[in-house]
Design a protein around this ligand. Sequence first.
Ligand code: URP
Ligand code: ZN
Ligand code: ZN
Length: 473
Amino acid sequence: MPKTLLIKNGTIVTASDKYVADIFISGERIHTIGKDLSVSSDQTIDAKGNYIFPGGIDAHTHMELPFMGTYASDTFETGTLAGLHGGTTTIIDFAIQTQGKSLKSAIDEWHKKADGNAVSDYAFHIGVTDLNKNTKLEIKDIVKKEGISSFKTFMAYKGALMIDDRQMVSLMNEVKKYGGMVTTHAENGDMIDELISESKINGNLSPKFHALTRPDIAEAEASGRVIDMAYQGSHPLYIVHMTCEAALNRVREATKRNQKVFVETCIQYLLLDESLYESQGFEGSKWVMSPPLRKEKDRIALWNGINQGLVHTVATDHCPFCMEQKKMGLNDFSKIPNGMPGIEHRLELLYSEGVLKEKISMNKFVELTSTAPAKIFGMFPKKGTVAIGSDADIVIFDPNVKHTISAKTHHHNCDYSAYEGWKVQGKCKTVILRGTVAIEDGKALIGKGVGKYIERSPYNKDYAEEKELVRSL
Ligand code: URP
Ligand code: ZN
Ligand code: ZN
């Protein structure tokens, strides 16, 4: 007999509904949702006064990423556990090809890091850094056998990750045959490399020059260019970590020719700005990431873009480095490992700063953090909603608890917090992963290896957009 769990009296919120009901979970999936359910269960939770929403899906993380001469400091174990504390039950991490090696070897490498270690569920995007005739031949099997339908490209980081436009077009044309979608880090790598080189010649080496050498126009230009490349072949496209008004306007422009482009932003680009790079001494290195934090006007454009339907998901780009690692660039900003921690705080920050400040609705909150990534990346309705037949990945959220974010209390394997001292209201009180209580009042009840690898379906326009779906019970 599968174990059973009954959650009573919670306010269930999905991307479209908000209502009070009970949820009966049998084994790993939601069995019944109804008013005043009278069933016996192994465990009962009274969720009166709390929200119940689907477990978060963070579509952009980098656990143990080998990058800029070091490794991101969270492993799949520590990083997914931090995510669970903050209500994220599934991540999509990037398995990144080493130039000169096959795509399959990257997938094998990432499985070695994640399998038996991840605490939450996980899936992979494949990062294509070296497209040639052999790697092209691998694409079909990656979609059909590996359960990976999104192909990440970099338009920056030349010499390590960047591909050129010809490779981009070729990749788009190839992945389309099998229902894959290209996703892109859109920054003009050549423009940036020249600006970095000039900055260094002029002796401008402190962290703030990281931002000054990666201007918004470099992001806008690359965004516009990749949008055009997708348009030429009527390809779906997902732009990762968009930061600014100038890039968003390229997306807006594309809608005038009826092109649909999926846009991800990250919680830091909604909440933080470039003034942090002026922090004393080397402090600014904490927020050195690419693209960098922007101006207040860009944050406003992103919030508006959400409500205009131009921004579809909010992720984290979780890629932490401890201060000792950041110090690799103490005397040269271009050597500071790019990235910052954030997976644990995405939901609580977006609720506090977005929902409570009336920038977004509660339904939009669920859509951005769970439903849209599930649909766009081929996991819906297994993931991304609270519905009969879906995986019982559930957050019981107390909207009244106030707390302060700090490196002293977070679960990231990182010795600083990018949000140190931020006061938030609302807490992921109970987090349930496939029917098992994973987090209860700040305590982890599960550990290493409980997370499952999630094979994703090919990109499907109807799934990614608004079509009704049939669940198997
Ligand atoms: O600075 C960042 N974003 N680091 C992670 C790699 C990437 O570009 O996403
Ligand atoms: Zn990136
Ligand atoms: Zn990233």
